[in-house]
Design a protein around this ligand. Sequence first.
Ligand SMILES: [Zn+2]
Length: 293
Amino acid sequence: MLNDKSQWTDTLIHLFALASRLEGEGQYNLAKLMRAAADSLCRRETYPLDISGDKDKLTAEVHKAIEALSRLNINADLLAAMKHGADFLAQGKLSPITATPHPYVCRGCGSITLSSPVEPCPTCGAWAETFQKFMPNYWFNDLEPSAAFERLRQTPLVVEKLIAGLSDEMMNQSPSDGGWAIRNTLSHLRDAQGVLDFRVDLFLKEAHPILESKAVFAWAKNESERPPSARDIFETYRASRAETLRKLESFAPSDWDRVGEHEEFGTVTLRQQVSYFTAHESTHLAQIRALIQ
Ligand SMILES: [Zn+2]
């Protein structure tokens, strides 16, 4: 944080106010620069902060934020949902969509609602479409079907190149921080691929499938029912991917808009699920590269 906190806060608020005004004048390109600057300022300040990933500490942090927000008079439904989410976090569980719905924020006045707005904003009268929907992550709409398909085809080839020449011993070696070995990352890719393949089948067979929430991340260090070597894990991943690509290829363009009900994320399309899984994989390529170095 800059020495002069109020200068920082004033600048941030001014940027948002200015962006809204500029948008009102049709100056969208100039407005987007203001919004980017505001976002950058916030992320730059948060980047060096090191909040612990420990479940109990993290739960305490959420409660601290709820307390601060209630002093700032933030929407009670939003705070209740946060408390609900914190309860799941405290139990080591992921919060379902029923406890933590997608919030919508009025771009005009900042009014918040936890259900898809159909009426104009009760505070400022802005039309329902003015509200910004907050999705759990940006990967849902990151990739169009053709780009996602190509990436799904490419990623195993990239992984293959990355691990070429590495011995099993090297791939099993955990980093000094106790994090994942390459083997764990490969297991994770394989597990996520298994979930994707299973879901593609569900979208294919059922009209509105229920998609169970899966804590795939937690499986990466589980060594039961795994092929013996890291390279075998990679091979099962690659074979399963080929199968998924074959299925996706058989889909008509309209099939990508099939919807399912995700326990964690609510109503999602096949397009969004594929985009999500595809983009997710890319984050782990960087992880493998870092481990090799
Ligand atoms: Zn409003």
